[in-house]
Design a protein around this ligand. Structure first.
Ligand SMILES: NC(=O)c1ccc[n+]([C@@H]2O[C@H](COP(=O)([O-])OP(=O)(O)OC[C@H]3O[C@@H](n4cnc5c(N)ncnc54)[C@H](OP(=O)(O)O)[C@@H]3O)[C@@H](O)[C@H]2O)c1
Length: 248
């Protein structure tokens, strides 16, 4: 059956697709029959996911490197000719204590490069393909700490607040072209990155299911689990919410 006869197979790219939330996106999109593509830096991890999910395509790509991003998107252009969904998800919380300043400037720059600049570079390279897609959508993985910060990671909180504003403005700019932009605002999620944290965590599968529903409905932001209290809480009791997140 042709693509027009059947439900169209969506071409999707997930950055940071070998672990945690990104891997759950890759699994869910693969399960629903999409043409799922993903990237990460570890060649072994990329190969392992490709082997586990026949028909998926992995790329070894560091999303902080624009040359690598350009090479990956060139391959997708040759292979698929378009993108229908981009999940700009790669990121990492690194705790930083500015009481110990001066910190290594390279650490500071690397943190901003990954958590703020890389999703922007990724979207910049993917947009020509997304503009060729149908009902194209971008998901940016933000964080509850981008809405209300944590004292243990000021830089991460600032970077994710930047992601939040970027997502909002970009969504407005791309709306006339029919590309929707959704910010995913997760609470703590049960992934290897936060295995050391003894707090209540949501499953990555729950987060992904809520996000894909939100994308279908054209939501500008998705707040899975108890993150759903954030927007109203910040309007009604902002100081209380901030006191809680600063300590978490
Ligand atoms: N887990 C939580 O509680 C939580 C809460 C709020 C927000 N988030 C956000 O959710 C996103 C995913 O977090 P997670 O907990 O699922 O992380 P994770 O389990 O550590 O997975 C991170 C993924 O990103 C890849 N990655 C890291 N740096 C990369 C780079 N420079 N280029 C390409 N890929 C890279 C990793 O593979 P390689 O190392 O092989 O590159 C891995 O596939 C992040 O943006 C994070 O800030 C997480």
């Amino acid at each position: 059956m042709t693509e027009t006869g059947a439900a169209k197979r969506r071409v999707c790219l997930v950055t940071g697709g070998t672990s945690g939330i990104g891997r759950a996106f890759v699994d869910a999109l693969h399960r629903r029959g999409d043409d799922v593509r993903f990237c990460a830096r570890s060649p072994d991890a990329v190969a392992a996911v490709e082997a586990a999910l026949p028909g998926s395509t992995g790329y070894v790509c560091d999303v902080t490197d624009d040359v690598a991003l350009a090479a990956m998107t060139d391959l997708i252009a040759i292979d698929a000719g378009r993108l229908d969904l981009l999940v700009a998800n790669a990121g990492r919380l690194v705790e930083m204590n500015f009481n110990a300043a001066p910190l290594d400037p390279a650490l500071i720059e690397a943190d901003i490069a990954l958590n703020l600049v890389s999703p922007i570079l990724t979207i910049n390279r993917c947009l020509p393909l997304l503009l060729r897609g149908e009902h194209s959508a971008i998901v940016l993985t933000g964080s509850g700490f981008g809405w209300s910060p944590t004292a243990r990671a000021p830089l991460y909180s600032g970077a994710k607040a930047g992601v939040r504003m970027f997502a909002k403005a970009l969504g407005a700019q791309l709306a006339p072209a029919g590309v929707t932009v959704t910010e995913l605002v997760p609470p703590p999620v049960d992934t290897p990155a936060v295995a050391h944290r003894n707090v209540a965590k949501l499953s990555p599968e729950h987060v992904v299911a809520a996000t894909l529903r939100g994308v279908e409905r054209g939501r500008r932001a998705v707040f899975p689990g108890h993150a759903r209290f954030l927007p109203l809480g910040l309007r009604l009791v902002p100081q209380l919410i901030e006191r809680m997140t600063l300590k978490s």
